[in-house]
Write a protein that binds this ligand. Structure first.
Ligand SMILES: [Zn+2]
Length: 186
């Protein structure tokens, strides 16, 4: 029994796909209390772009606060913008755990030129003059890599900031400078 429990713990630690890292540790829609939605699938699968955003809103440092923030963003996007779901595919806050937005292979509503063929990834907070913590930045970068390794993103993907698609300050000057040092930014 002891050996079985040790094995069980080991299996849980490496995740259902035999992988570790942020792709194996996503806070699901069910966990944060998402509304039930059914947005369109991506036209291009796997997607070939990764678009970085910030909410330009509040940061969150506890699971309860980040869960609430996800529900707030989703309600705003659906009730005010009239969208089918929260606009982003994934988000991250100061708890350093990736949140499932629309999720894998769903078309987002975050960057008009890329919605049909990208992962839209949003940092919760305003990053015009300050950056997320290094730990959060590391998790986000690791998430791009595991998405690629899991076949959820092409190996020749382009990484970019929202402002490279449309006229916007998103994802903030500080964060935009930072992502230009990430692999495959162009
Ligand atoms: Zn944006």
């Amino acid at each position: 029994m002891k050996a079985f429990l040790a094995l069980l713990v080991a299996v849980l630690a490496i995740g259902v796909n035999g992988q570790t890292g942020p792709c194996a540790n996503i806070r699901t829609r069910g966990a944060w209390g998402s509304r039930s939605t059914n947005p369109a699938w991506l036209a291009t699968q796997p997607p070939n772009a990764f678009v970085v955003h910030h909410t330009d809103g509040a940061r969150c440092s506890t699971v309860a606060l980040c869960d609430q923030q996800m529900r707030n963003i989703q309600n705003f996007h659906m009730n005010t913008n009239g969208w089918a779901d929260i606009g982003y595919n994934f988000c991250i806050g100061d708890t350093n755990q990736v949140y499932e937005g629309r999720g894998w292979n769903r078309a987002g509503a975050h960057s008009p030129g890329f919605n049909s063929r990208s992962i839209g990834f949003c940092f919760m907070g305003a990053f015009h003059t300050v950056l997320p913590s290094q730990a959060v930045l590391n998790t986000a970068q690791a998430f791009v890599i595991c998405a690629r390794d899991w076949g959820r993103l092409t190996t020749t993907y382009r990484l970019l900031g929202h402002r490279q698609d449309v006229a916007t300050t998103c994802p903030g000057n500080a964060l935009f400078s930072n992502i230009q040092t990430w692999p495959r930014w162009s």
